[in-house]
Design a protein around this ligand. Structure first.
Ligand SMILES: Nc1ncnc2c1ncn2[C@@H]1O[C@H](COP(=O)(O)OP(=O)(O)OP(=O)(O)O)[C@@H](O)[C@H]1O
Length: 328
């Protein structure tokens, strides 16, 4: 049974009309093709494993490199089809491009572009070469643009539901390629993003409460991600066996004291731009406010991150949240 309609780029690629001039961006792969590309899902090709399944590096006969996500269990067919069609129909330069899918027998696979610089989390919290300041700023803006696209321009509008550093992959230019959107409905309840986020510190209080995602919940998670990006600290740091510290509370206390030099990732050895640090920290804290109605939208976040005017900075600094006596 063929469950999938063929969706291509966001502009509505029509295979029949465009076949002579364009390579289809989205197509069905055979299992045989993917076996050949990944050396039969060889252990040496394995890039890693997430909650949904394992990811393998592969190469197609045309030389292009792919990452094949082999989903763990067979999904409810219609749900898989709908979700896969969302992936196939959503195109933005800072979203990870899904090139196609394979559904044969019990196998459910999604084929993505391969990202040579792995994920943001591997750069921030491992021995990978340190991400310099310029790259961090580029990642902040490009990942915000991707999520803003999902919220404000994609058809249908998409709540990411699982914004975090491991879902920000990095392309050869170290630009963000946000991934794992549209997976919410693919996940079994007990494995849901909400449950995982709960302990990772990315989930907003109202999403913890409701167990579901929302666009304002994405904004909160993105705020936490911004703070992680500039501090190099995990959203929740374990200080000792019993005490954990949330990144938002820690950063806000230092902002009250105007101790930005203590907030920034110390491994940068002072190589950062003061006003950019201040801006990202303040925008991150605005996003990660407990009350959803006080958070900006993602398009406002993009605007604030890209705006370099003194007026905007003065506006941000004047927000009561950042004044201990007014907001804190
Ligand atoms: N397109 C890709 N290019 C390169 N590496 C990738 C790609 N997609 C995933 N990976 C890597 O494969 C590993 C598993 O990714 P996956 O998305 O399955 O899990 P995750 O995001 O780490 O966790 P979770 O599934 O819980 O969200 C990660 O190390 C990730 O960086």
């Amino acid at each position: 049974m063929r469950l999938f309609s063929c969706l291509c780029c966001g502009k509505g690629f029509d295979r029949k009309k465009n076949v002579k001039t364009e390579q289809p961006l989205w197509r069905e792969f055979t299992l045989k093709e993917l076996h050949a590309a990944t050396n039969s899902f060889n252990y040496d090709n394995k890039l890693g494993e997430g909650r949904f399944g394992s990811v393998y590096w592969g190469q197609l006969p045309d030389g292009s490199q792919i990452a094949v996500k082999r989903l763990k269990a067979s999904r409810e067919e219609i749900s898989f089809a709908v979700e896969v069609n969302i992936l196939g129909g959503t195109r933005h330069k800072n979203l990870l491009t899904a090139r196609g899918y394979c559904a044969e027998g019990q196998e459910r696979l999604i084929v993505y572009e391969y990202m040579p610089n792995s994920s943001l989390v591997s750069h921030l919290h491992s021995s990978e070469p340190l991400l310099d300041w310029t790259r961090r700023m580029k990642i902040a803006v490009t990942s915000a643009q991707a999520i803003a696209y999902l919220h404000h321009h994609a058809t249908p509008r998409i709540v990411h539901g699982d914004v975090r550093a491991s879902n920000v992959l990095l392309d050869s230019e170290f630009e963000a390629r946000v991934t794992d959107f549209g997976y919410g409905k693919l996940m079994p309840e007990e494995d849901g993003a909400s449950k995982a986020n709960n302990t990772s510190g990315y989930l907003s209080p109202e999403c913890v409460e409701s167990g579901g995602g929302s666009s304002m919940g994405d904004v909160y998670s993105f705020g936490v991600l911004l703070l992680e990006l500039v501090t190099g600290k995990r959203p929740i740091e374990r200080l000792n066996q019993t005490i954990k510290r949330g990144i938002t509370e820690w950063v806000l206390l230092l902002v009250y004291e105007k101790k930005y030099g203590e907030i920034v990732d110390q491994r940068l050895n002072g190589k950062y731009v003061d006003k950019e640090l201040k801006k990202v920290v303040l925008v991150g804290l605005m996003c990660a406010q407990s009350e959803p109605e006080k958070r900006p939208t993602m398009s406002e976040v993009v605007e604030m991150l890209m705006n370099e005017s003194k007026e905007k900075m003065a506006y941000l600094e004047g927000i009561p949240l950042f004044n201990k006596n007014n907001g804190g």
